[in-house]
Design a protein around this ligand. Sequence first.
Ligand code: TXA
Ligand code: MG
Length: 496
Amino acid sequence: MQVGRNTRNVVVLMTKLRCASNKSAIAEAAETIKGGGLVAFPTETVYGLGANALCDKAVRKIFEAKGRPADNPLIVHIADVDMLEGVVAEPKLSENAAKLVEKFWPGALTLIFRKASGVPDIVSGGLSTIAVRMPDNQAALELIRAADAPIAAPSANVSGRPSPIRAEHVMSDLGGKIDMVLDGGLAKVGIESTILDLSTQTPTLLRPGAVTLEMLEDVLGTVAVGYDLAIDTAGSPKAPGMKYTHYKPNAKITLVKAKRDARVERFIYNRIAESGEKCAVIAEKAHLDKYGGKFALKSYELCPENLFGVLRQLDDDEITHAFVHAPEETGVGRAIMNRLKKAAGDDIIDLDAVLFVCTGNTCRSPMAEAIWRKYDTGCQSFSRGITAFEGDMLSINSKEALHKMGLELPDFASKRLTKDDIESASIVLCMTRAHVQHAERLYPNSGKIYQLSHYAGENADIIDPFGGTLDEYEVCAKHLDMLIEKIVEDRSKRKI
Ligand code: TXA
Ligand code: MG
């Protein structure tokens, strides 16, 4: 290991950068791994930061270099199926595992097995299961063979940063913190592997990737989707890494989606026209020409191979706000959307969503929001209050009334209605005439603000149960449910 001192006289590692196609570089990297060091190496998905998976001390260095929380387990990389012995507890592959290995390894599919006792607990973040994959990259496979050990490797980025698809990305995040980087050029897939849990009764998709849900269903029949609700009943995420914010560039990211592309284009166009920031658009090739012209500073093509490159490029180009024209959520689009949602954090605008409005956003409108969801219309719902106190909780009786209907609104926090909320909704359904008037003052002539009962073909206001008994809340919830059911049944004739 070579060390040096930086300008503040702090000891740093001299990170060597070597070409991955050079045999002596692979041999040197393997020696580094054997000696307990850290080597970043190319895989077909993204670059990994590797250490000997069977050496507790070496694996700890990965967490330190990345600033990774210790409960976020790593993926173990192997070069042939025989290496599973000593890594997984199962003496032989299950029928499902055997089929998947045959079809997708080497490749962008990580499988979760029960962990062998010889693998240090730090690798699996204390879990009794272990994630394993065989990468489809010559240099990676040669390195594992030459190191003669399974290699534990997360993506080679500082925690929270976009995953690296080039050696330069690794150097910029981890240079000075690790021993060596093997440069294998651009990672060809560009998005991290699919993670499938085989330790559960039904195989469960924990992270979407280039091996798509559809491809897995072809082989396995039923596959449960666990990544958007990657929280188990005990409250801990199934793939612990999925709870952390990821892929965050410095630029603010707004993800905009709708069934009709023209709506997305118009919305992004308006937002950028009003914004004083350095704005950019990220869109698939088919839509990119719609964003030409002067209004956006830059536009970037969205595709899996390019996603993380673009997220890093935004910062290099000093963009402060990027709008993403969301791709369709099927096939590899699921993986792209999953990563983009994390990059956007809260800032996801669904232009097909229904907005419910009441006064305080603690009773009627959040109940309507939850009730709407049970009808599974494919349209999201959200709610706001005319005079809401930001961050208020759902009222206890609303929570209870929803609970009796088998519904819940986890993590709900009240928000006050804004013009932007109305602009981003496909339709705004208000509890009373007074709410309609207020919403119309905020956003005149939108043509999409209605009184909920009128829209369902009835007359009465929805009575505010605020401060009332649980019975009164239940009556209100049933009234909302009856109206929403009518609207949903009648949807084909309506705008939603
Ligand atoms: O494509 C990839 O998978 C890349 C390359 C380097 O192989 N690696 C990668 O690793 O993306 P990382 O650490 O960035 O993501 C690993 C994910 C995390 O979300 C982690 O929580 C999950 O895998 N994971 C690891 N072990 C697990 C386990 N036993 N059960 C559930 N999730 C697990
Ligand atoms: Mg990662």
